[in-house]
Ligand binder design. Structure first.
Ligand SMILES: O=c1ccn([C@H]2C[C@H](O)[C@@H](COP(=O)(O)O)O2)c(=O)[nH]1
Length: 161
């Protein structure tokens, strides 16, 4: 999937949020922690690791919205570190069960937060691609949900979130 339009939309949204909140400067570390939190929220909605519970996962739409919250912060981190020239979503990492995918993704996010490198940034995208595949989300599903949540984020700022 081509990422150029998403980077452009994210840049606009970030600019809007920062001006609304009266913020300037580097928010890389805050956004890094935000991405780790969103990843954990996503894992929590899938309930993939909750061997002690018989309750099933949340509704698909809830899981998809959590997924695209991560995509917002992943795009935003790319913009903060001038890596938004990445044009295509890198191929997904190999299939594994969801628990393993969440652990690997968390690991590569930490690596990227330390290195700021393009290769680690691409690796984070690859692991998110593998999570999407495992959850049966197509690129179109992700794109549509991103567009919807992007709009919701503007609305929330306007309503004083
Ligand atoms: O600089 C920012 C800050 C927040 N968000 C978006 C990403 C998520 O969709 C949402 C997270 O909000 P919470 O519901 O986790 O508060 O905010 C951005 O896109 N850019």
């Amino acid at each position: 999937m081509n990422l150029t339009k998403l980077f452009d939309m994210q840049k606009e949204l970030d600019r809007f949020i920062q001006s609304k909140q009266g913020l300037e400067g580097d928010l890389f570390r805050q956004k890094g922690l935000a991405l780790l939190v969103e990843l954990a929220e996503l894992a929590n909605e899938t309930r993939c690791f909750k061997f002690w519970s018989t309750k099933g996962p949340s509704e698909r739409s809830v899981i998809l919205e959590e997924y695209v919250d991560s995509i917002h912060f992943l795009l935003s981190l790319g913009i903060e570190s001038n890596l938004n020239m990445l044009e295509e979503w890198p191929d997904p990492a190999p299939e594994e069960d969801l628990t393993e995918l969440f652990l690997k993704t968390q690991q590569v996010i930490h690596q990227f937060l330390d290195s700021h490198s393009m290769s680690d940034y691409q690796a984070v995208w690859s692991w998110y691609g593998a999570i999407a595949a495992q959850l049966d989300f197509s690129y179109d599903d992700v794109l549509d949900a991103y567009l919807e949540k992007n709009q919701k984020n503007y609305d929330r700022q306007r309503e004083g979130y």
